[in-house]
Design a protein around this ligand. Structure first.
Ligand SMILES: Nc1ncnc2c1ncn2[C@@H]1O[C@H](COP(=O)(O)OP(=O)(O)OP(=O)(O)O)[C@@H](O)[C@H]1O
Length: 243
């Protein structure tokens, strides 16, 4: 079943076209990565798909609901772990989770139960009582993903989940993301090519707001006659014409 179908999805900021007639089809349960150099249009795409920004034209249908016609229905099925961390600095890890569960409609008991589950699943117990502002970047990002999942979304957007993390924290998050694979649909953006290659079912490469190519890492290498994914990325992300 299709989780996300975009139809000529376009976003313009005055004369600047940030996303240009994007047509993408993403299967339910897929881990789908959006790659591209700075300014390619990845974050703008995620913002439109998560109903934080309205398309200038075109549409996207997420699990049967249109972002243009029915953004409220879409919002109930999705969640985002954004680039800028979403945690409240003065609340503890536990309080952050309970607050978000409450915001999504859980009563006290239910929020406490969901928080306990998240703390276990995300191995957050050693920091559960620490204020978020005292956590390292890796722990904060882990908390941010747990917060995004506490509403049990069917689609999760992860915008640069491992940006600035050291190699151990990054591998820790990879394990967490790998455990989610197949259970929910995940759209991931990253500048770390090895991350996209290791985690993704399929990868889309964008350049100047346009979709350049979609496929598995292997397919993208085959299509560009390259042996390293980085070379395939460079070939596709820097091509001037749409392929
Ligand atoms: N609010 C805005 N107003 C004007 N231009 C914008 C706005 N948001 C994004 N843009 C422009 O749209 C283009 C796409 O930006 P976007 O942030 O989507 O790219 P990106 O692929 O996510 O880049 P990065 O890898 O740097 O995060 C860029 O040229 C950017 O300057």
């Amino acid at each position: 079943m299709i989780a996300i179908q975009t139809r000529n999805l376009t976003k313009k900021f005055k004369e600047k076209t940030a996303v240009d007639q994007l047509n993408l089809s993403i299967e339910q349960g897929e881990l789908f990565s959006l790659l591209g150099v700075n300014g390619a249009g990845k974050t703008t795409t995620i913002k439109m798909l998560s109903c934080l920004s309205k398309p200038t034209s075109g549409d996207a249908v997420l699990l049967g609901d249109s972002i243009a016609a029915n953004p409220m229905a879409v919002k109930q099925k999705i969640n985002v772990s954004p680039q800028e961390t979403a945690v409240a600095p003065n609340l503890t890890v536990k309080e952050n989770l309970e607050t978000i569960a409450g915001l999504y409609g859980s009563g006290r008991k239910e929020a406490a139960k969901k928080t306990k589950e998240m703390i276990e699943n995300f191995e957050l117990s050693e920091v559960a009582k620490s204020k978020a502002k005292t956590l390292s970047g890796g722990w904060q990002r882990r908390l941010s993903i747990a917060m995004a999942l506490i509403s049990s979304p069917q689609i999760l957007f992860l915008d640069e989940p491992t940006l600035g993390l050291d190699v151990l924290a990054r591998r820790g998050l990879w394990n967490i993301i790998e455990r989610l694979k197949g259970k929910i649909t995940i759209i991931l953006t990253t500048h770390y090519l090895e991350e996209a290659e290791a985690l993704s079912d399929r990868i889309a490469i964008m350049a100047k707001g346009r979709l350049k190519s979609v496929g598995t890492a292997k397919e993208l290498m085959l299509n560009t006659h390259t042996e390293k994914f980085e070379d395939a990325f460079i070939a596709l992300a820097t091509e001037s014409e749409v392929s």
